[in-house]
Write a protein that binds this ligand. Structure first.
Ligand code: DLL
Length: 430
């Protein structure tokens, strides 16, 4: 792993960020009418900018991208754009992301670094089971693995039996997919009579694109892959490859020579200190096609700027707790699905598959937590089932401060996911 970026000290990183930030502001001021207007309105002195003035730079939001659909935020000539991705807008315009040739190359480099930090080498066989297409997961990891010199299997999502066959026959040693698809693959392997620890050789799992818990990591490492790593990214920031866990698995290292991360109070916009929980805002220091200044990701996390035991000085973000827009407001109380997953994971006899249904009973919100019991729990003893249900309801009330009803379902009854899991059904919105 010879990359001088890995050896950078905190001071070097900070100095480089300041230099790149100044260059970025000058560039967007000159080339983007959108940012020029924004920066002028906010009175930002671009020529004499210091990193401590970052708080004066206005945030960019998803609405800005939608309002300037499709390419209003590009900061180069259209002729320089070589790639377009888009995130699926369920309502209105999708968010389009534009890359120059240099952006595509940088994106590949960042994903290569992520794979390398997880321990992958050119000897590995990397099965990419993220979706290929407008979604950035497939192509992002694909280019990274290719740049690493590994053998890439561009499997994309779905066709689960074939995925397992490919793993077995081609000797997949690195699997990249969403954690919920990995759970589904692990379960399907068992059904197919494949013992992953005996019949497969997956050393490394590169799992991301959605929040996942330590208990999911435990299950995946016990049953399916040698070591499971969390990878973070979003389309607007190129895609996967923004941050990755190292062997310490104590937060995800952000590639700070490309991304300047702040954690802010989502209500006031004020910048928070390391250790404080808030929304992540990211400035892209290198992106040419569609640079973003202080982009509000809506992802909730905590920053840690201490040098990691692995030796990397690139700051870490804690595992993403959830998105501000995924937060359920139930009877006035904020609930993150990850809190519920945390409770469920402490109980024996449950699978990691669950669903949250919110609806209204007259004027009151009602939360139902559906969770599947495991095969070994299968019990006709009604008392045991009722007891588990009661204990779960009590624990949820303690942790969430609201009551939730629990429904235990038979094994293999809840939907499985090949991409990002859809676990919330909010009937109040229909
Ligand atoms: O999910 C890019 C990606 C692909 C990341 C493959 C990692 C692996 P989007 O579809 O634009 O891009 O969704 C971005 O997904 O704002 C987070 O809310 C969520 N997300 C991504 N990675 C993680 C993660 C891709 N490791 C949105 N943990 C982000 C929790 C994640 N949430």
């Amino acid at each position: 792993m010879s990359n001088r970026v890995y050896a950078m000290s905190r001071t070097e990183i900070k100095e480089l960020q300041e230099k790149k930030l100044k260059e970025l502001l000058a560039r967007v001021y000159e080339r983007s009418p959108f940012y020029r207007r924004r920066l002028k309105e906010a009175g930002v002195d671009v020529a004499n900018f210091k990193i401590r003035d970052l708080g004066k730079v206005p945030f960019t939001t998803k609405s800005d991208l939608r309002d300037n659909y499709p390419l209003g935020l590009i900061s180069v000539n259209k002729s320089e754009i070589v790639r377009l991705h888009a995130s699926s807008g369920t309502t209105g315009n999708p968010t389009v992301v534009a890359y120059t040739k240099k952006d595509v190359e940088a994106w590949a480099e960042l994903n290569k670094r992520c794979l390398e930090i997880c321990g992958a080498t050119s000897e590995d066989v990397v099965q990419v089971a993220y979706g290929y297409g407008l979604f950035t997961g497939g192509l992002g990891l694909h280019y990274g693995a290719e740049k690493l010199g590994a053998k890439v299997i561009p499997a994309s999502t779905g066709n689960t039996k074939r995925q397992l066959k490919l793993m077995k026959d081609l000797g997949t040693s690195v699997l990249a997919c969403t954690p919920s698809y990995a759970l589904f693959l692990a379960e399907s392997a068992k059904e197919e009579g494949i013992d992953p620890k005996r019949d497969l050789r997956i050393r490394i799992g590169v799992f991301g694109a959605e929040p996942w818990s330590e208990s999911t990591r435990r299950i995946l490492e016990e049953e399916f892959v040698g070591s499971a790593y969390d990878i973070y990214g979003m389309s607007e920031l190129n895609g996967p490859g923004v941050a990755i866990e190292c062997r310490e698995k104590d937060g995800l290292h952000v590639w700070e020579d490309h991304y300047l991360v702040e954690v802010i109070d989502p209500n006031t916009g004020e910048t928070l200190e390391p250790g404080e929980k808030g929304e992540m805002a990211v400035t892209t220091l290198e992106k040419e096609g569609m640079p973003l200044l202080r982009y509000r990701t809506r992802d909730i996390t905590i920053m840690d700027e201490d040098v990691c035991d692995c030796g990397l000085a690139h700051a870490r973000i804690k595992k993403i707790l959830g998105r501000t827009d995924d937060m359920l407001k139930i009877r006035g109380i904020c609930v993150f699905p990850s809190q519920i997953e945390g409770v469920l994971s402490n109980f024996e006899g449950l699978t990691p598959f669950y669903q949250l249904v919110v609806d209204r009973d007259g004027p009151l919100d009602r939360l139902l937590v559906r969770v599947e019991v495991s095969e070994d729990f299968k019990s006709d003893r009604l008392t045991e089932i009722v007891d588990l249900q009661k204990r779960l309801e009590e624990e949820l009330r303690d942790v969430l401060s609201i009551s939730a009803a629990v429904e235990l379902t038979e094994p293999r009854t809840l939907p499985r996911s090949e991409g990002k899991a859809q676990r919330i059904i909010d009937l109040r919105k229909v």
